[in-house]
Every structure is written in structure tokens, then in C-alpha cells.
Design a protein around this ligand. Structure first.
Ligand SMILES: [Cu+2]
Length: 468
């Protein structure tokens, strides 16, 4: 516990320092540089209009948002700079559409991160650290205090006719130990290369993403891009749970993680994509094997698996995707098994008056093990922040689980879980929030498997630091 707190303090200091550095050179022009009346061309210029809508409700660490969006339109040259800064590194769409990897989320999503301009580079940093105590009941449960979260840095700049993007994402998860934390019904990966992790969530690797991308514009609203990561995220599934607005206020991993988004840390991925307006098609080659139990290293291997995804943002509040992946030998403990996965998801985000928001995700995935059974996973989750202080969140899931008995080849059992919780945040300085939250979980586990679990209840309490 002491080590956990020390590590938390160190990460917090790091994240705060990174954030503070961004402050002086924010992308937004300081209020003093703006012409009070603005550029009369501004509001009627289609690009300016686009910019303003992209910036609407942006949480620029609480600094210049009001000035930029409410008062006057900034001069045209600043708008141009901002236009570039607020546009995704992957194409001519608002940066708020960027989820994890190359995944999309609704355009109406709030901006995450403190931004800065350093010459031609636009940078963004963001950190979310949870100190969690998990208590999972019943004979198969357990309890543990641990650290989870992420520290993320991004940079992008024009290069030639296009845009180059870099992203690094680190996780404090390895500090929790190789066995991860108690989480009933979760399964996947291993702590020692020999025994599967069951009823626990595996820790994520220290390096969750180290990626680079390059995009070239195609016409007014289109682009082609390439993205490479070691590790990175292939074109499969919705944005990973720690990036989903509907999920990120909860410190617990979904039990459907290995259906929907467990490929988010893939040691070796290359993706090529084409964007046209609100549509994107992309395909990846990647290494199918999930990360091994050594959580501090960089792994390598052949890019032996394939994924493809089509995404559509039909309006500012919506994002839809359908994806397919053919994964070679994902589990080290079942090396002879390949998996074909199919997923589709629908995400919704609406900004509410008073600074809050509503976010929801529905997702389904089908996992076809070969040899082995077909396993379905379902997820419905939502987070409602009626104001800037409170967020209420919930998640319902059902999966066909074949790993919970610990017996290789055992028939799948359909299990379900419901979690609801809340967090209260305090803004301790601009761009830095400290929150205290909790959640409770209930389970539906039928048959003999259910007997082995007793009638468990579970919960977590947590303290969260959010920077940017
Ligand atoms: Cu994961």
C-alpha cells in the first residue's frame, strides 16, 4: 500500500509538471491578443464556423474557453493556427473525434488534455490516476489496493503536405503486481506464463502505446493515413475502455474486455486508413499474441493477424463502428487457438448545460475460437455528469465465458455483471481535479459455476487524480 501511494504521488507530480509546462504556450490565443470585435469575416467563414463548433465547450483547462467561445471571434490568422491545432492528426475532422489508437468517438466528446504550441508542434498531455481498493466477495473473491490509470502525451505538426502525429501512453498498472487485481468473472492473460488469470484483471503494460502516424489530405474532407505502434491499437472494436467517455469514470475493467477491446495493447501494429467526411475505413496487420507477463518490456514478433473496421459519425453526438479481426494465437496458454472476432458498437455523447455531459455505449462482439466455441459478449454502459462535480456511472455486461472453470476446453457459461457507481470531483487548480468515488457490483452466475462463487457482491472505493 505504501509503495502504491508513493508511486501515485510520483505519477501525479510528473503529470502535473507536464501539464504546467503546457500552460504558457497554449494553442488558444491569450485574451489580450484578441481584437475585441474579432474579425468580421470570422463567423461567416466556413472554416471559422467549423473551428468554433469544434471548440465549443472545450475544456482548455478552464483558462481561455470562455473568452474564445463566448466573447469575440479571434483574428483570422489565429483561427488558422487553431484550425490546425484542433484538427486530428489523422485527417480533416475535429480532434475530439479521436479515441484510442485510430478509433473514433462522437465529435461532441470533450477535449481531454492540456494543450501547448512549441514551434510547429502542437502538444497535448493528459493523466488519470486512480488509487483503488477493490473488495470482491465470495469464495473466489479477494481484496487489494492498487494503482490504475494512464499518463498520455501527444504531439503533431505539419510535415510536407500532411500531418505527422506521435502518441505515448504509459500505465501505472505494473506496480500492482503481475497477478493484477481481484475482479470477479474477469479472465485472460497470465501472471507467470503458466497459470491463467481468473477472477482478476491483468495489469496493463507500462507502455500502452508508442505510436506514430502520417496523414495526407484528399480533397476537402478526406484523408489517407498510416499508423504504426509498438505497442499500438489495431483497427478493431470501440475505443478501449480507459478512453471511452462512458467508461473512464469507473476504475474497473469490463469483463467483456477480451471480446471488445483487449487488442488495445498490441506489440506491433500497422494500420492504413481512408477518411471521407464522416466515414472511415481502415485495415491493420498486427501481432496477435497478447502482452506477456513481463509488463515493463517491449515485445516483438511477426505481424501475423489482420483487422478491418468501418466507422461512421452520423452527427456530432454519435459514433458507430463495425469491425472484424482474425487473431493468430492470442493467448500464450492456448497457443493452438486462433480467434475470429466481430464487433459492432454505438456511442453517444451529449454536452449538458452546466458543464456536464451524458455518454453511453452499446457494444456486441462475437468471438469464434478455432478450434473451440463461439462466445458472445454484450456491453451497455453510461456515465451521466449532471454538473462538473458529480458523475454517476453504470455498466451491464453479459459474456459466454469458457475460462472461468480453469479447466481447458470446459463448456462456456453465460454470466452477467452489473456495476453502478459515482464519483465527486473537486477542482484543486485549473485543469487538475481530485475525485472520490465508489461502485458496487452484482452478478448472475448460473449452475455449478455459480455454486463455486457463492452469492458474491463486490465493490470498489477510489481516489482519482485527473490532469488535463
Ligand atoms: Cu486491456
Amino acid at each position: 500500500m505504501k509503495a502504491t501511494l508513493l508511486a501515485a504521488a510520483a505519477l501525479a507530480a510528473l503529470a502535473t509538471a507536464a501539464h504546467a509546462q503546457d500552460m504558457p504556450g497554449m494553442a488558444m490565443p491569450p485574451a489580450g491578443q484578441q481584437t475585441p470585435t474579432g474579425d468580421p469575416q470570422g463567423p461567416t467563414d466556413p472554416h471559422a464556423g467549423h473551428d468554433m463548433s469544434g471548440m465549443e465547450g472545450m475544456d482548455m483547462s478552464g483558462h481561455t474557453t470562455a473568452t474564445a467561445t463566448d466573447d469575440a471571434a479571434p483574428p483570422a490568422h489565429d483561427m488558422a493556427a487553431m484550425d490546425h491545432a484542433m484538427t486530428s492528426a489523422l485527417g480533416p475532422f475535429p480532434m475530439t473525434r479521436d479515441g484510442s489508437g485510430t478509433a473514433w468517438q462522437p465529435d461532441a466528446s470533450p477535449h481531454m488534455g492540456g494543450m501547448g504550441m512549441h514551434g510547429d508542434w502542437m502538444t497535448m498531455s493528459h493523466a488519470l490516476i486512480n488509487v483503488v481498493y477493490s473488495d470482491q466477495g465470495g469464495p473466489r473473491g479477494g481484496d487489494k489496493a492498487f494503482l490504475a490509470g494512464m499518463v498520455m502525451a501527444m504531439a503533431q505538426r505539419p510535415l510536407g503536405a500532411g500531418t505527422v502525429g506521435l502518441r505515448a501512453m504509459l500505465s501505472p498498472d505494473p506496480f500492482m503486481g503481475a497477478k493484477g487485481y481481484p475482479l470477479l468473472l474477469a479472465a485472460g492473460e497470465s501472471a507467470d506464463g503458466k497459470t491463467p488469470i481468473i477472477d482478476r484483471q491483468h495489469p496493463h503494460d507500462l507502455f500502452m502505446e508508442l505510436s506514430a502516424s502520417y496523414s495526407l489530405p484528399v480533397g476537402e474532407r478526406g484523408s489517407v493515413f498510416i499508423y504504426g505502434g509498438l505497442p499500438g491499437e489495431p483497427a478493431f472494436g470501440p475505443p478501449s475502455f480507459m478512453h471511452r467517455l462512458s467508461a473512464m469514470d469507473s476504475p474497473e475493467a469490463p469483463i467483456s474486455h477480451h471480446w471488445l477491446d483487449s487488442t488495445h495493447i498490441t506489440f506491433g501494429v500497422l494500420t492504413a486508413g481512408y477518411v471521407q467526411g464522416d466515414w472511415k475505413v481502415e485495415a491493420s496487420r498486427f501481432r496477435g499474441r497478447e502482452p506477456d507477463e513481463k509488463r515493463y518490456d517491449i515485445e516483438t514478433g511477426a505481424l501475423d493477424s489482420t483487422a478491418a473496421r468501418i466507422s461512421w459519425n452520423p452527427g456530432p453526438n454519435w459514433s458507430v463502428q463495425a469491425s472484424w479481426a482474425d487473431i493468430k494465437s492470442p493467448e500464450a496458454l492456448e497457443p493452438d487457438h486462433d480467434e475470429a472476432r466481430v464487433s459492432t458498437s454505438l456511442a453517444y455523447v451529449k454536452r449538458l448545460d452546466g458543464g456536464g455531459q451524458l455518454a453511453a455505449t452499446l457494444a456486441v462482439a462475437r468471438k469464434d475460437k478455432s478450434p473451440g466455441p463461439v462466445l458472445w459478449g454484450y456491453l451497455a454502459e453510461a456515465a451521466w455528469a449532471p454538473n462538473e462535480a458529480w458523475t454517476l456511472f453504470g455498466r451491464a455486461e453479459q459474456v459466454d465465458a469458457d475460462e472461468l472453470s480453469g479447466v481447458h476446453g470446459a463448456p462456456a457459461v453465460t454470466v452477467a455483471k452489473l456495476s453502478v457507481g459515482a464519483i465527486h470531483d473537486w477542482t484543486i487548480r485549473p485543469g487538475v481535479k481530485l475525485g472520490i468515488g465508489g461502485l458496487v457490483s452484482a452478478f448472475d452466475i448460473p449452475g455449478a459455476l455459480g455454486t463455486s462463487y457463492g452469492e458474491p457482491s463486490a465493490g470498489m472505493v477510489f481516489v482519482r487524480l485527473k490532469v488535463g
